[in-house]
Write a protein that binds this ligand. Structure first.
Ligand SMILES: [Zn+2]
Ligand SMILES: [Zn+2]
Length: 162
């Protein structure tokens, strides 16, 4: 099977997926980029560009999710073959996929991002892993920290099993 056959996943576009590491100095910048009262602060240093492949402009990866409203996220951006040099706090893309509650999905990219929204993009690495480990799908659903969640209705799988 050729590379094209391997990468074609129906008609959904792929993510860019360009990989990069967040330099230590920017980890500190990401921690101080936004003063938000989060219990847990996690900075992602293992980056892959989350925009649709063949996009224009800089590569971009979310490095820190914020518990705030209106929703914003700390991003880093970089030019091909160069280390990221900045972190920026950007408002989230407001698009949702319009699915029924529980199946709806927010775009996890930043507002005015190039290309397709995240819920219509395919990450081949994730898809490959999930095909082998379907029980781990929740790991790839990016949950906003508690507090910024407006829909607090219990999901059916949270109910006691009896
Ligand atoms: Zn990219
Ligand atoms: Zn979007």
């Amino acid at each position: 099977m050729g590379l094209t056959g391997l990468l074609r996943q129906g008609s959904r576009p792929l993510i860019c997926g360009a990989v990069q590491l967040l330099p230590p100095a920017l980890v500190l910048d990401a921690l101080t980029a936004a003063l938000v009262d989060d219990d847990e602060i996690e900075v992602t240093t293992d980056l892959h560009c989350e925009i649709e492949q063949d996009h224009v402009g800089l590569h971009a990866a979310a490095v820190r999710l914020l518990n705030n409203s209106p929703p914003r996220t700390v991003w880093t951006q970089w030019v091909d073959w160069r280390d990221p040099e900045v972190v920026v706090v950007l408002p989230d893309c407001p698009e949702v996929n319009g699915g029924p509650p529980g199946k709806d999905d927010r775009c996890t990219l930043f507002a005015s991002h190039p290309g397709t929204c995240s819920f219509d993009l395919v990450d081949p690495e994730h898809e490959e892993f999930l095909a082998a480990n379907p029980a781990y799908r929740h790991l790839f659903e990016r949950e906003r920290p508690q507090g910024a969640v407006t829909d607090l209705r219990p999901r059916p799988e949270d109910s006691p099993a009896d």
